[in-house]
Design a protein around this ligand. Structure first.
Ligand code: SF4
Length: 253
């Protein structure tokens, strides 16, 4: 994926805020206003700069990565993708032809490899049956229609579907993950049990519908979740979002 196209050229690391304020139209939610989400993004972007997501060489590799990363780390996914690349399987035709058993063997490093091989094969079956095997045709569909189709594929849940739509298809959907939920909860912007859809709609309705913005925002949230907002002992004192905290988080210093 070309990273140079992610952001407008006038936006530079540690320069001004991301220029999304020009387009407002935000629908404010009871506890998280669009302005809050704008400010959170600005703080993260100014601190960390562009994240250059998704780390892949093709749309299909993004899709494979989005499936393989379920319940494992990206390091393990990279090892599995290395195997697939070495065997020239990172395209829909080649992966369709290889046996599910062989595919499972090659993606062993990603864990749950038998299930994930089945998921990959299920996606390829869906692609052939519904879009003549063409990702270009598939991604031409309107966002909501394609999202609904993807959610019917075995092994593709909301987070995986939205990662595929955003990072492979450049559709304007916001990817919600455990880091998103954790950060918003620690900042008392969410209650405990808001659904994936509620959180997704919150971002999408409060921010401009920009794939570039959603791309960067989710990547910055993941970075923050890994580096600062850890499960235990969050490093609030070093985090760009510290000034937004409503009260000290237990264990932070
Ligand atoms: S580390 Fe602290 S300041 Fe940063 S997002 Fe988590 S709770 Fe907020």
């Amino acid at each position: 994926m070309s990273t140079s196209l992610l952001l407008p050229t006038r936006v530079s690391h540690r320069s001004t805020a991301y220029p999304h304020h020009r387009s407002t139209g935000a629908r404010l939610e009871p506890r998280v206003g669009g302005n809050d989400l704008h400010k959170y993004f600005d703080a993260l972007f100014q601190a960390h700069g562009p994240q250059h997501w998704w780390p892949a060489r093709s749309k299909f590799e993004v899709i494979v990565g989005a499936i393989l990363v379920q319940n494992t780390t990206w390091t393990n996914v990279e090892r599995a993708i290395f195997n697939l690349r070495r065997h020239k399987l990172l395209n829909p035709i080649a992966m369709h032809r290889v046996s599910q058993c062989r595919l499972a063997y090659l993606i062993r490093p990603s864990g749950y490899f038998r299930q994930k091989a089945f998921k990959l094969k299920s996606f390829l079956h869906f692609l052939r049956e519904n879009h003549r095997g063409s990702l270009t045709r598939m991604f031409r569909l309107p966002t909501e229609l394609l999202r609904a189709q993807l959610l019917q594929v075995h092994g593709i849940g909301p987070e995986t579907a939205d990662s595929i739509l955003l990072y492979a298809g450049n559709h304007p959907v916001f990817v919600v993950d455990a880091y998103t939920r954790r950060i918003l909860q620690r900042h008392e912007l969410l209650h405990e049990r808001e659904s994936y859809e509620v959180i997704r709609q919150l971002f999408e309705s409060s921010l401009p519908k920009s794939p570039e913005l959603f791309n960067e925002y989710h990547a910055l949230i993941v970075h923050t979740g890994k580096v600062h907002c850890r499960t235990r002992a969050p490093l609030c004192s070093q985090c760009p979002l510290q000034s937004f905290l409503p009260a000290p988080v237990e264990g932070s210093r």
